[in-house]
Design a protein. Structure first.
Length: 87
């Protein structure tokens, strides 16, 4: 049920229909992402990229999202690789 898990994570993340709860959002998004849900992987990248000291975790989810075929993740990863290489 990765689609349902993703939707539930999104609801908790944004406070739609439930009280906003970042911990629960991450829990549900990780369940969906672990099941191969690319959009959840991308969302986890976005969540973790905003946190201090979570760059490695953010990058890991971005790479997994790109590998799963999410176009936005592929584009963002390519942009970051260019930034990292100093181009």
């Amino acid at each position: 049920f990765p689609n349902a898990q993703h939707y539930l994570g999104w609801c908790f993340l944004d406070g739609h229909f439930v009280e906003q709860n970042s911990s629960k959002a991450i829990e549900w998004l990780q369940r969906a992402a672990t099941a191969g849900h690319g959009a959840s992987m991308l969302q986890l990248y976005k969540v973790f990229s905003e946190g201090q000291g979570l760059e490695k975790e953010a990058r890991r989810w971005l790479e997994r999202a790109a590998e799963s075929g999410v176009d936005e993740a592929k584009t963002r990863l390519e942009e970051l690789k260019q930034e990292w290489s100093g181009k």
